[in-house]
Each structure stands twice: as C-alpha cells, then as structure tokens.
Design a protein. Structure first.
Ligand code: 1PR
Length: 554
C-alpha cells in the first residue's frame, strides 16, 4: 500500500524520484498490473511521444488497470505525458487513443509565429479566480514547461472545460496548464523541474488526503481571451565546461576561444597553483551547479568538452556528476559531450540512444549533441533525407525532440565582400561600425573547434531541426571567453533560420549584454560561463537587470 510511480521508460523520472526523496516520501514503482491494487496514490510523470507512452502501457498490460485505478477514485497526478494520456487523442500520433477520460484532443502548437517546443518558465492563470482548491499552485509563480503538443482551452467544450484548473498562454494560444477534478490532478508543466514552487506543489499534493470523483457539480464554462503578451520568461543558463585535468580530476574549466589551458602562472586565488599549460580549474561541477541553482539559474548545462576523444559509457565519470547534481537541483539539466555511438573497453557497443538513456536515467532532462550533429547533417545533405539512424533521430524518436539540443561551435570566415562568390553568399554578414568593410560567414567545426567542416551554421541548424533537434545551443568560438558580448549577427541568422528555440552563448561580459541579446535577436535563452564562475557578474544581477528592462524573468 502507498505511493506508487509509473515509469513508462522515457524521460527523466529520476528528478521526480529525487524530489520525493527530498520531501521525505517513500515510494515504489509500478512494475506489474497487480501493483495498481496496492497503490493508494499514483504519480505518472514523463515526457516524450504520446504514441510511445500509450504503446508502452499497452504492451505491459498497464493501460486498462491504469484507467480502472483512476476511475476507482484514488488520487492520480499526471505530469506532462501523464496529463496528456488522460485525453482522447493526440495529433502527434493520429489513430492512437488515449485514456479518453477528458473528451478533448491534444494538438501541436502553431509554430507560424513562435518557436516550438514551448520551452521554459511560464505563468499560469486559475480558470476560476475564486478557485478555492489551488492544489498547492501559486499565482504569479513560473512553472517549467517543455512540450510541442497541448490541449487548447476551449470553453465551448463543456465536458472538457469541467476539468480545467489553470491555463497558460504561449504566443496567442491559451492551453490547459493543469486539470483537477475529484481525485485527478495533472500538470502540463514539470513540478519536479520548477524549483522551489514545484517542490511546494508536490508536497501539497502528497500531503492531501484521498478525494473522490463522485458528485462534483458541473462548473459553468469560462471564456478566456489571450492577453497582449504571454508570460514566458527569457531563460538564463549557467554552463560548465567539464573535463579531466592533468591529475585525472573532473573539473570545471573555461577557455578563451576554446583554449582551456593557462597561458601563464595566474595569481588569482582559484588558480594559484596553476602553471602555464595546465588545464584551468574553476571548481567542482556539482558544487558550482548547486551554487547556480541557489542563485536562480533557469537551467544548468554541463558539457564534457573532451569526450570527442574517447568516451566509453562504461565508468563514465560524468554520469556520477549528473546523478549527484540531480539530487539537489530541481531545474532542467542539459548534458553534452560524447552523445554518440561508442564502444566500451570490453568491446560492448553502445548506441547514442543508450548513452543518452543513461544520462536521462541519471537525472538529465536534455542531451546536447555537438560533433555527431555535424556528421549527421552532412549525411542528410548528401542523401537528401535522414535514414533514421543518427543520434538526433533516434533520441528524438524515443524521448521527444524537446530532449535533444544541438550545440554548434561556429567560427567566422572573413571574405572579400566585393569578390566573394562562394556557396555561402546568401548567408554573408556585412560588418557595421568598427567592422565596416568586412564580410564573413559562419563555418561549423567539430571536436571542440579543432576541425573545420564545409558546412555553414545555417545549414547545420536547419539540418538539425529536420533531423529532430528541439533546441539550438549557439556558441561562438570567436566570442567565447572574451567578455565582449554575444555575436548578434550570428544569433539573428540562426534565429531566423529555424523555428525551434535558440540559446545564445559565448561572450557575455556584463548583465547589460543579456538585455541586449534578448532585445536584438529574439533568442529564447542566453547562456554564460566565465563571468558566473569567476563571480564577476552574478545570476541575481542579470535577473535584476532584466526586471528593470521589463523583460519577463522569474
Ligand atoms: O562534440 O558532442 O562531444 O560535444 C562536445 C561539446 O563540448 C560541445 O557542446 C562543444 O561546444 C563543447 N566544447 C568542446 N571544446 C570546448 C572548449 O571550450 N575547448 N566548449 C567546448 C564549448 C562553449 C560554451 C561556453 C560558452 C560561454 N564551450 O559552452 O560555455 O562559450 O562561455 P563564456 O560565457 O565564458 O564566453 P561533442
């Protein structure tokens, strides 16, 4: 008897498990249909494809018992895909039937004027402002969403409107953010990734006694019009480049234009012992990540920057880092470096999908793919279509495209604007101000910038989107570590080329640089490393500056 979790095998359920542990709750996993009889509370978390979730439930004989559990009146909490399965269908997979408890379809967000997935922290509105049962949810708090499909709020669908608890707005679309009726509660957002407000919500639900569906009066439907602006925040991401130092310790390092070795003996306290040529050591990954979580980072990113060399999954120290970090960090975690097919020392082959799966099970929410994305897009361009085997395709298929980030390491290539007649003419940027008279395009690289490829940043971004990427992490080798500010031309070029979210990265030197990049480029998020590690600029300062500039932040 007690609290049970339903794991359908895709996505990061460890974060929920860690949240429950942190809140002091014991739980068990549903492993067979019989377990439903023992459950007195049930949480179904998950991300990923609708079809995969339903097929998984059916193949394990859990579909009908789950439905019967919910109809029996015992408490149910569905998170993301656990909410969506309550509906009748999803346009993600026509013909696949959901549990049908809420008579309404799930459909894709309209991407004609906004990026999809809807990824980030958004506000929710209670359908009934007088709602007494807030279910632990808070007004004016931001919750973390990551999804491409949603149930549009439709007050004309009276049967479905009965279930609506809160709505959220993305662009001009109002969708269902949470449902609540009797024993059933569900959120489209991830409480386990929504920091302290998410933990409070989980705690409130767990502390509640059982409720039953029976006898609820029908609520009158409430019409709702979109506001002029949605509540989605611009995200601030703290990034840690991680690698082994020369003593074999995994450390956070930071390069200047990707060179992470000390140029000369340094006198700053953190690198006192450093000598020329040594790998810069800016701290331990878990300690720094925890500091950034406490400071209000909207996401944390860990990149294993030397994994292009050899990165067997067996004994991968980054996995231990992710596991420990995920125990106390309740915002999204992205892990990058080495997400590719590998071979363990004993000869065991591991596919990129398996590698990513290990990271998701350790507590990562997204994986970031660098070099492999370049190879896959080269292949795509040569053959005209994806063959379904690339890391992007296989991971997006299993875990959903919102779990797949492509990290791009571009470099400027200067050309003569008068005479250049090469293949990247349409992507050429003409310099302004101090750079007047110059022209350049952005070339992609692999292996941490060590190898140039005959591929432009636009080609890579568009090819990655076609193969399943859900977000672009856009670095700049020219700006990395310089503190000169983000490369607006680069970011604008990519922002306009794709309809998935773009994270601006490299070059942040002040809080003002974040305001500028959001104002100038339309990037959904901005990432920095060096200034946060050295505490030259704090995350709190960036957030404060954003509030002053009237940018939505949390
Ligand atoms: O190719 O899939 O194994 O992935 C390798 C990953 O490691 C890629 O995401 C690649 O960007 C990254 N990487 C490889 N070498 C380096 C290096 O620095 N020598 N770091 C590297 C990339 C760039 C940003 C950095 C920003 C912000 N680091 O992540 O954090 O530029 O820095 P700043 O705010 O200090 O300017 P694979």
């Amino acid at each position: 008897m007690g609290l049970y979790l339903l794991d359908y095998g895709a996505g990061n359920v460890r974060s929920l498990a860690n949240s429950l542990k942190k809140l002091g709750y014991e739980f068990q996993w549903i492993s067979s249909p019989d377990d439903f009889a023992k459950a007195t509370k049930l949480i179904f978390p998950g991300v990923g494809a609708f079809k995969r979730a339903i097929e998984h439930l059916q193949s394990r004989g859990l579909f009908e018992p789950l439905k019967q559990y919910i109809l029996s009146g015992r408490p149910y909490f569905g998170i993301c895909i656990g909410l969506q399965v309550l509906f009748s269908s999803s346009s993600e997979n026509p013909g696949v039937e959901g549990l049908g408890i809420i008579p309404s379809p799930i459909q894709r967000f309209d991407s004609s004027s906004k990026s999809v997935p809807h990824m980030g922290w958004n506000l929710v509105d209670f359908l009934d402002p007088e709602e007494k049962s807030k279910e632990g949810m808070e007004e004016k708090a931001h919750y973390y969403f990551v999804h491409s499909y949603r149930a549009l709020y439709n007050s004309a669908n009276i049967a479905a409107a009965q279930w609506v608890h809160t709505t959220a707005q993305y662009g001009q679309e109002i969708f269902i953010a949470s449902v609540h009726k009797g024993n059933v509660f569900g959120t489209q957002f991830h409480p386990e990734k929504s920091g302290e407000v998410g933990l409070r919500l989980l705690n409130a639900w767990l502390a509640k006694s059982e409720e039953r569906l029976v006898g609820e009066p029908a609520r009158p439907p409430i019409a709702r019009l979109p506001k002029s602006q949605d509540g989605l925040t611009k995200r601030i991401i703290a990034c840690m480049d991680v690698r082994m130092n020369d003593d074999g310790d995994l450390v956070v390092t930071k390069g200047d234009q990707y060179n992470v070795r000390e140029k000369e003996a340094s006198s700053t306290s953190t690198v006192k012992a450093a000598t020329a040529g040594a790998v810069r050591n800016l701290g331990k990954p878990v300690a720094l990540a925890s500091r950034y979580y406490a400071a209000g980072a909207d996401e944390i990113c860990l990149l294993n920057i030397t994994s292009f060399r050899h990165s067997p999954l067996h004994d991968q120290p980054m996995l231990a880092v992710v596991r420990t970090a995920a125990e106390s960090i309740f915002v999204p975690l992205t892990i990058g470096g080495g997400i590719k097919d590998t071979v363990d020392p004993d000869g065991t082959r591991r596919s990129a999908l398996e590698v990513a799966g290990e990271y998701f099970r350790a507590g990562a929410d997204k994986v970031s793919i660098g070099s492999e994305a370049v190879f896959a897009v080269e292949k795509l361009r040569a053959s005209g279509r994806g063959d379904g085997t690339s890391a992007m395709e296989t991971i997006a298929d299993a875990y959903g495209r919102q779990a797949v980030v492509v990290s791009i390491d571009p470099k400027r290539v200067y050309v003569d604007p008068e005479t250049y007649d090469g293949p990247y003419k349409s992507e050429l940027v003409l310099g302004r101000g101090e750079e007047k008279g110059k022209a350049w395009w952005y070339q992609c690289t692999v292996s941490g910038g060590r190898q140039l490829k005959d591929l432009s940043v636009v080609q890579l971004a568009q090819g990655s989107e076609a193969l399943g990427a859900g977000e672009i992490l856009l670095n700049s080798i020219d700006r990395d570590g310089t503190g000169k500010g983000f490369d607006f031309d680069l970011i604008r070029l990519v922002r306009n080329a794709v309809s998935i979210p773009v994270v601006a990265s490299s070059g942040a030197g002040s809080a003002a640089h974040f305001i500028e990049v959001f104002g100038q480029t339309g990037a959904e998020a901005a990432l920095a490393a060096g200034i946060f590690h050295r505490e030259e600029v704090k995350i709190e300062e960036v957030k404060e500056a954003m509030k002053l500039a009237k940018l939505i932040t949390r």
